[in-house]
Design a protein around this ligand. Structure first.
Ligand code: ZN
Length: 338
């Protein structure tokens, strides 16, 4: 049993720098001395040590959209190292075939599967259900369990999009709406509002704006998106009918009169939304699976061994691994242990 476990851990592991190590050739979402560094998506905890990887890995592998978003964020990857792979496509490196599977998280996100003659291992990275492909019957599945405690559930996860759109529409009746969230999540909300038919102008600061422009280049219908402090944006703001998108870090600094402020957070489990003052709402909107969805994925995937990412998930990852062992009867551990 121990021998078997050791063998599996040679195929999939997590380094103490947060790199998911799959097979022989791949370091995913963290730096390690491997031929290929894979970036599953552009969130900060998944591009750790990317500058180092650009120096010493032969290739940086990501979806075309993720590569272009990284560029918009200021990363410079030499063209000779840039490997682009579409969701659903495969690439052969040495004896291993790597596949990008669909992940419902933020634009550009993927899950990674690595298969060789003798083994098949995978990494979910961040995801939520539905809309995420389930990698079944792997030797080892590595999972990100951000919400790994049993009480970390958002039963409204499927309806929250409608609720958020309603709050935005109500807010626009009174004046401008400011939405605060993380990169990726902001763009996801832009997509959502356009899908629901809102044609209100969007205004964004440089980084958020640049990322939106990349998405527009990929056919996402987000326009009009205007860059803050430009003549055009200032004109629009005079009409008081616009949605302003800002990074969470600015939520305490930006004050606005007669506007509705919406703070997006994944850390609200009591109710889908609540009013915190006269014009501020907290909306429980997350790109991550809640506890119940994590269990659903693992049950269906049923790997021989589950590794829960403790580097990103902390104690909740340890709790989740224990839950999987106890309740689902699947061998599971949380790594790294230190
Ligand atoms: Zn993420």
């Amino acid at each position: 049993m121990l021998e078997q476990l050791k063998k599996l851990l040679r195929l999939a592991n997590i380094s103490d720098k947060g790199a998911i190590l799959l097979g022989e050739n791949f370091a995913i979402d963290g730096p390690a001395q491997r031929l290929v560094r894979v970036v599953t998506h552009i969130h900060a905890d998944h591009i750790i040590g990317l500058e180092n990887s650009i120096r010493y890995s032969a290739f940086i592998l990501a979806t075309p959209l993720t590569h272009d978003l990284l560029k918009a964020m200021g990363y410079r990857i030499p063209p000779s190292k840039e490997l682009r792979l579409e969701v659903g496509s495969k690439i052969k490196i040495g004896n291993e075939m790597l596949v990008f599977h669909k992940a419902n998280h933020i634009p550009g996100s993927v899950q990674v599967e690595v298969e060789a003659d003798e083994y098949c291992v995978g990494y979910t990275s961040d995801f939520k259900l539905p809309g995420t492909y389930i990698m079944r019957d792997l030797d080892v599945l590595v999972i990100d369990a951000t919400y790994g405690y049993e009480e970390w559930n958002r039963p409204w996860q499927e309806e929250i999009e409608e609720l958020l759109v309603d709050i935005v529409i109500d807010g626009l009746v009174r004046g401008p709406v400011h939405i605060f969230g993380y990169h990726g999540k902001l763009q996801e909300v832009m997509i959502l509002l356009r899908e629901r038919g809102l044609d209100v102008p969007f205004i964004a600061p440089k980084r958020v704006y640049d990322m939106a422009r990349v998405l527009i280049g990929y056919g996402y219908n987000l326009d009009p998106v205007l860059l803050e402090n430009t003549r055009e944006a200032n004109e629009v703001m005079k009409d008081n009918w616009y949605v302003f998108f800002e990074h969470t870090s600015r939520s305490t600094r930006v004050k606005c009169h007669n506007c509705t402020r919406i703070l997006l957070t994944g850390w609200e489990f009591k109710e889908p939304f609540r009013k915190v003052d006269r014009n501020t709402w907290i909306v429980s909107f997350s790109d991550h699976a809640d506890f119940r969805q994590l269990v659903e994925y693992v049950k269906e995937a049923h790997p021989k061994l589950l590794i829960v990412d403790r580097f990103r998930g902390g104690n909740a990852a340890s709790y989740f691994a224990e839950y999987v062992r106890r309740k689902l009867g699947i061998p599971a551990l949380a790594l790294p242990t230190t």
